[in-house]
Design a protein around this ligand. Structure first.
Ligand SMILES: [Zn+2]
Length: 469
């Protein structure tokens, strides 16, 4: 039998505020354990939370970036559960009236565009972090407890591991553009839970779902989905029922393990936090936040494709704001989108991967590309100069001079070289005249060799054709 896979994601994203969500403790990754704590975030009796305005604004920005509706009244609730990473025994979260509802994330998989609907984005506080010391003990760091998080919940619109990863990539890049989070999966500021079920292909009835937690890389999400989808199908084919449960993905062994039977929201006894008043957000506040957002990657991508770039190239250039800003800046000085895009994708991105920092300013790169565009140096020479600029910091002009890469623009000198190539290669000339047009390539090669790469191949080609009639 064929099966459909139905996937919904819950993505947690830590917000990059200066302080925590309900107290003045510092929000900073990597500080000495338990140094950023106070009676409020530890939940000591009598301590009162005060809502962080920036956290609310950041959560609204996230909602606006994905086209959500922003609720003008929002309420914080207590989600009760007992676990050592939560000293208060409840987490301040939102259930009934989240900040943002609905919304869309558009993904592109194998050339097909699909819209993944968002159910909601709500604001909540993070729990502390349990650290298993490897010798049988566990310690807890409450620095993370109370850090503002947004939880982004999708509708079950995702049907494969590829789609899930495309969704997370789109989500990550858009959030990074808004500047509300550093979305570092390796530091835990972006984490994902996967809800997955399978059903007979085409059936309207959803199967029983499981929830996988602890997914902290795109690769883990991909592997976990493929594993769980296969496991559920095998269980069903063996005549077993799928148990609704929470699973913990172990990426080191590539398997999931049962953590606990899955709770429903009523198990958490949500109720409005009596220490926090409802929050009212005016349409003007929403509008101001909307106007403060930069141009987002999906908009930029569409603009780049209008300029004639492929979907793939446009995606690469909008992966980070740093790169799209750079591309835009170079374009202001040399309006050749394809040439600029090719150099940034093939050279800059490659070097960035090695070095981690861009060593050539937009201004310097545009000067190099003007030389290539005016055919003063060939594209190959351009790449050579690029490499040298990256390594030495010298200007394009001085490197072209130093490396002797200036293209030969003296027509008489070039003509002499073309003529000698014709004389020296009678067989190729005969082939060409006999209709084998590819023979001209060999002759161009000979002239390029004689000129030590400084001739303009296009010009050589034209000159050969003219001389050979
Ligand atoms: Zn605190």
């Amino acid at each position: 039998m064929n099966y459909d896979t139905v996937i919904g994601l819950e993505v947690h994203c830590e917000l990059k505020t200066q302080t925590k969500c309900f107290c003045g403790c510092r929000n900073n990754f990597g500080d000495q354990p338990n140094s950023n704590t106070c009676p409020v975030c530890l939940g000591l009796p009598g301590a009162l939370p005060v809502l962080n305005k920036t956290a609310v604004e950041y959560a609204i920005k996230a909602g606006l970036a994905f086209g959500c509706t922003i609720n003008n009244e929002t309420v914080f609730e207590r989600k009760n559960y007992f676990y050592p990473d939560l000293s208060k025994a409840y987490q301040i979260s939102q259930l009934e009236k989240p900040l943002c509802v609905n919304g869309i994330v558009e993904i592109n998989v194998n050339g097909k565009t699909k819209q993944i609907r968002l159910n909601r984005i709500h604001l909540e506080e993070d729990a502390g972090k349990l650290i298993h010391d490897g010798i049988g003990g566990t310690v807890v760091d409450y620095n993370r407890g109370g850090v503002p998080l947004i939880e982004i919940v999708t509708e079950p619109d995702i049907s494969s591991a590829d789609e899930a990863v495309a969704f997370l990539e789109a989500l990550k890049s858009t959030i990074a553009y808004t500047g509300i989070s550093d979305v570092k999966m390796e530091e835990g500021s972006l984490r994902c839970d996967v809800n997955l079920s399978v059903k007979p292909a085409g059936s309207d009835q959803l199967g029983t779902r499981t929830e996988m937690k602890n997914l902290n890389s795109f690769k883990a999400v991909y592997r976990a989905i493929n594993y769980e989808q296969k496991r559920q199908i095998e269980e069903i084919e063996d005549g077993h029922k799928i148990v609704q449960e929470t699973l913990r993905w172990d990426d080191s062994i590539g398997e999931s393990r049962s953590m606990r039977s899955k709770e429903d929201s009523q198990d958490y006894r949500y109720f409005p936090d009596p220490d926090l008043l409802p929050v009212y957000i005016s349409p003007q506040q929403v509008l101001d936040l909307k106007n403060s957002l930069p141009k987002l990657p999906n908009v930029l991508k569409a603009e780049y494709m209008e300029m004639g770039l492929s979907n793939y190239d446009a995606s690469l250039l909008t992966e980070t704001k740093q790169i799209s800003d750079y591309f835009t800046e170079v374009l202001t000085q040399i309006n050749q989108p394809k040439l600029v895009a090719n150099f940034i994708i093939n050279e800059t991105l490659r070097k960035l991967k090695e070095d981690g920092e861009n060593k050539i300013s937009a201004n310097d790169l545009s000067k190099l590309l003007v030389l290539v565009d005016k055919k003063e140096i060939s594209t190959t020479a351009g790449k050579q100069v690029f490499e040298a600029m990256w390594n030495t910091g010298e200007s394009a002009e001085s490197l072209v001079e130093k490396l002797g890469l200036k293209q030969m623009n003296n027509d008489d000198e070039l003509k002499t070289m073309v003529e000698s190539a014709i004389t020296a290669n009678p067989q190729s000339v005969a082939d060409y005249k006999g209709g084998k047009t590819s023979a001209i390539g060999f002759l161009v090669g000979q002239v390029m060799k004689a000129s030590k790469g400084k001739a303009n191949p296009q010009k050589v080609n034209e000159m050969l054709k003219e001389l050979l009639g």
